[in-house]
Design a binder for this molecule. Sequence first.
Ligand code: PNW
Length: 472
Amino acid sequence: MSTGNGRQFPDGFVWGSATASYQIEGAAKEGGRGPSIWDTFSHTPGKTLNGDTGDVACDHYHRWPEDLGHIADLGLTAYRFSIAWPRVLPGGRGPLNREGLDFYSRLLDGLLERGIQPVATLYHWDLPQDLEDAGGWPARDTAYRFAEYAEMVAGELGDRVHTWTTLNEPWCSAYLGYASGAHAPGRAEPAAALAAVHHLNLAHGLAGQAIRRAAPSAQLSLTLNLHVIRPADPASEADLDAVRRIDALANRAFLGPVLEGAYPDDLLADTAHVTDWSFVRDGDTAAARIPLDVLGVNYYSTALVRRWDGTGPRSEDDGHDDAAASPWVGADDVEFIRPDGPYTAMGWNIDPSGMTELLLRIHREYPGQPLMVTENGAAFADTVSPDGVVHDPLRVDYLRDHIAAVGTAVDAGAEVRGYFAWSLMDNFEWSFGFDRRFGLIRVDYDTLRRTWKDSAHWYSGVIARNGLGDGA
Ligand code: PNW
């Protein structure tokens, strides 16, 4: 593996780590919290590995003072977390549940006292169950409810939050939630998934306007899991067309409305056999487009595609749950093939060059748009040594090589303001339950004890040096 070659980052570069409410908080029935689609889904037999749920998770709801200590001891300059909508508005609509809001208010105070920038995401997938029962993201009303929630929370917490992020990875919410069904609410309805895409984009824009009003001095952002898609055969027109199709669904379905105010024509044409997009009303894409102080980019791996010739079984090795239906709505003649390894415990290929490529693509297509890597990291089968320590050299290699790849993009001119390692600690990895560990800090799920892995010590050194250091 490469070394960092002493790479330094610009002054003020943000070094963070990230978590999400349902993945760490637990206390699912405490403090007046209402149920979310992830409570319902994880309690449905067969939906998560080993039947794991977020009922307790890392018990962060009670152990947040200890976790704040780890955040400070690591030297993080920013901490990215999410606010659970059903804690603040248990049924998805007003009135506000003061007890739920106070939890986040205390956390914010603790971060600010320690000089750590809070980056708060309003929606990291825990939709209040009542709103799913009313139709979920395929229903337009959910976008208006989200904007109300954003206005209330931003009104209360305002500019104590340094950066407000409306949505985390709407790709996952729409396509894994409503097309493949691998995520909550577990529906496999391709047309509904595209309606969800649109209502998430609309929700982002409406909430963004509300945040601007309620917290005018805070930064506004959106986090997307943009995909790096490569053709199996770069000389094949058919494979290049498969790349274009997947790029439309994965990337341009969000970048188009949010940064340019329109859906790409090819996306509408490619999916015309699935939906007529009549859920898009006049003014919607203009509302979705709102200048972003920073665009959050989550990057883990790359995808490899080709045109399926219709013979033999169609390969769907896209790094998603292969047991589920395809998340790739309308792209029935595209095959996903397994890229070359090495792989993480998620089965995702490790390819730092994709990080550089992605950041430079956004920089080229949206010059001047500040960027932030809001998630990057890896699950590995960590083992605890007899002395209780976790040596995780593969995670250190992964993080080093990807941080170096961010540095390469910065050198080439991309305006990358910061980097957040996913995740601060091992947590509930959605449909994979507690089996997949992404943390810098190990969580023992019997005792809930936190132990720094080698990667935590290493990352803390990177932050202290503002760079990778020689041979780091
Ligand atoms: C992101 N996929 O999730 C999320 O933002 C985190 O909550 C999550 O823990 C992390 O990445 C690691 O998975 C994803 O199937 C989940 O492509 C699934 C996919 C992508 C991102």
